[in-house]
Design a protein around this ligand. Structure first.
Ligand code: PHE
Length: 360
């Protein structure tokens, strides 16, 4: 059989296309191919013959596989190159859509327009914008916010920690600084950053990306956006928080006196803490916000914990206030009836056209 090998190899190397190559492969190595049958027939030979013949056929098979793979790669590359040069496009030509038609104009992404709408609401009420970095340290993300070291949110599987040796200008041994930097898990970090610069009275709002080691499914992504609010002044109480949130919900959903409910909850950085639900109902599979007997969770909030104020050098006996945190995608999904959060980031043209807007 080895005498035929050079001929086979030659036929492989001169095959005109992949179809010819596939036929050749089947005739040699398919179920009833020459080489396959030769391997099968080994069983009828004596042990010594089997050893010698077996080694020979296996070597032939390996040589054939190598030749087939090389020729297949060469033919595919050749086909791709041919196709590319045949289909070359002149990207300087104008598109088929008339210039200036709606199809050729970009739109504001629904997340962006919602963000602008929310900003507008708070700016009109005297809030200013505050910012913080996405790569944070444990102090701003956890400790200063009264989150103890044993809190589950601090574990590796919930938070994206950054290896210290991947950050420049660090002299310390990485092992001495475990977990010192991370991707912020919430925008509450901005409360701490702002209080390092400004002292109360203050009203601020912040927006940005946050990261959690979550699954990727219809309602979770490892990155999403939050809106954070903080109000500190003398004599601020829960009533102020409730009034503001009620007004916010009514404005956002365009329903006056929208029913909202404050459900007791827990956050280490607020006391008392609450989650806010908005009334809703489902009619014919459609979600109606602002009416009905069901409730949908909207945001987390509470009165700023005295420990947080003390950590930031503010006297809790003098200044009090509230904070709230809203998930932007969640709000956007509720408002627009979007059922899969991943669509927000996929950049699908039809989706962007449908949910995008020309103004907010
Ligand atoms: N930081 C909280 C979260 O990410 C939300 C929150 C912000 C709650 C401010 C209370 C006050 O879930």
């Amino acid at each position: 059989m080895h005498t035929q090998l050079p001929l086979w190899i030659d036929t492989i190397q001169t095959a005109a296309d992949t179809r010819q190559l596939d036929d050749l492969k089947a005739s040699l190595m398919g179920k009833t191919g020459t080489v396959t049958l030769a391997l099968k027939n080994l069983g009828q030979l004596s042990i010594d013959e089997k050893k010698a013949k077996g080694a020979e056929i296996n070597a032939i098979r390996d040589a054939l596989i190598a030749a087939f793979t090389a020729k297949f790669d060469a033919l595919t590359t050749e086909a791709i190159n041919k196709k590319l040069s045949a289909e070359a496009v002149d990207i300087t030509l104008p598109t088929r859509h008339a210039v200036g038609s709606q199809n050729s104009i970009g739109r504001i992404h629904t997340l962006t327009s919602l963000m602008l709408e929310i900003k507008d609401f708070f700016y009109k009420r005297g809030f200013t914008f505050a910012e913080g970095p996405e790569v944070e340290d444990e102090w701003h993300n956890f400790d200063a916010l009264n989150i103890p070291s044993h809190h589950p949110a601090r574990q590796n599987h919930d938070t994206f920690y950054i290896k210290t040796d991947s950050l420049s200008n660090m002299n310390e041994e990485p092992s001495q600084l475990p977990h010192s930097h991370l991707l912020r898990t919430h925008t509450s970090t901005v409360q701490i950053r702002a209080l390092a610069k400004e002292k109360p009275p203050l009203r601020l709002i912040s927006f940005g990306r946050v990261y959690r080691s979550d699954d990727l499914d219809a309602t979770h992504t490892p990155m999403f956006h939050q809106i954070e609010g903080l109000v500190l002044d003398k004599g601020i109480h829960m009533g102020h928080l409730k009034g503001l949130i009620r007004e916010f919900c009514s404005t956002l959903f365009g329903v006056s006196n929208v029913p909202v409910r404050f459900r007791p909850s827990f956050f280490p950085f607020t006391e008392p803490s609450a989650e806010v639900d908005i009334a809703c109902s489902r009619k014919d599979g459609k979600l109606m916000i602002g009416e009905g007997g069901d409730w949908l969770e909207l945001l987390g909030c509470g009165m700023v914990h005295p420990n947080v104020l003390t950590n930031c050098g503010v006297d809790p006996a003098e200044y009090q206030g509230f904070a709230f945190g809203i998930g932007l995608e969640r709000l956007c999904m509720l408002k627009n009836g979007i059922i899969d959060i991943r669509q927000c980031y996929e950049g699908d043209d039809a989706w962007l056209k449908h949910f995008g807007s020309f103004s907010f």
